[in-house]
Design a protein around this ligand. Structure first.
Ligand code: BG6
Ligand code: MG
Length: 218
């Protein structure tokens, strides 16, 4: 197997399924503001920063808020979300991910995190994965959100790898676009119809096996 490659993993929807917790917190906020927020609406927030997510949500409800009200609601949403995150355990690591990381370690293939979430280090700590990554890039490190490639380019720099030797694993359309713009190989996790721009698409993380990896790396 070629060794001059590295992986950059998105967090939410790839390592852990936190989308369900984001959904609960955003839905409660929408209900408080007097409108419904569906699971389908929640798809629009995947890979999107917290601030942008609130803007999209307010657009769905056709609600206008002042800057200070927005700040208040952002804190409220994150406080509720952290309540769920604080109860997370290693059981919430998505299927196949532990085996995959073991395989990468055994083959001396480095991996970094490339996430839009400002809560990424806490989530990794909760599920016991914080020390496994060579580098972390999260929502606190970037000035431009996905689909801008910044998060992945910083990841490649931290790994001391050329972008073309990095493989990004992503569940969001914006994330696949960011990886492609960064000139990296993209692996989409989810619906092939939505993630058609990715170099490879797997329906879920349990399909991300060492066998699949060997196939794409050789
Ligand atoms: C992304 C999620 O990983 O992180 C988005 O897919 C979320 O849904 C974004 O809005 C920001 O997360 P946080 O934890 O900083 O609010
Ligand atoms: Mg994601």
């Amino acid at each position: 197997m070629k060794k001059e490659i590295a992986f950059i993993f998105d967090l939410d929807g790839v390592i852990v399924d936190t989308a369900k917790y984001h959904f609960l917190a955003w839905r409660n906020l929408a209900n408080e503001l007097g409108f419904e927020f569906t699971k389908q609406n929640n798809e629009l927030l995947k890979g999107v920063s917290r601030v942008r997510s609130l803007e999209i949500l307010l657009g769905i409800g056709n609600v206008e808020l002042s800057e200070s009200q927005k700040q208040e609601y952002l804190i409220k949403k994150n406080t509720e979300y952290l309540g769920y995150v604080n109860q997370m355990t290693a059981d919430e690591i998505l299927p196949g991910i532990n085996d995959l990381l073991d395989f990468l370690d055994q083959n001396n293939i480095k991996y970094a995190l490339g996430s839009a979430s400002k809560n990424a280090p806490l989530i990794l700590e909760k599920v016991g994965l914080l020390d496994r990554f060579t580098a972390l890039v999260d929502g606190n490190d970037v000035s431009k959100a996905k689909p801008d490639p910044e998060v992945f380019l910083i990841g490649a720099q931290k790994l001391q790898m050329k972008p073309e030797n990095c493989i990004v694993v992503e569940d969001a359309i914006a994330g696949v676009e960011a990886a492609n713009t960064a000139n990296m190989t993209s692996i989409g996790i989810g619906d092939a119809k939505l993630l058609g721009d990715a170099n490879y698409v797997l329906a879920n993380t349990s399909e991300f096996t060492p066998k699949f990896l060997q196939k794409i790396l050789n």
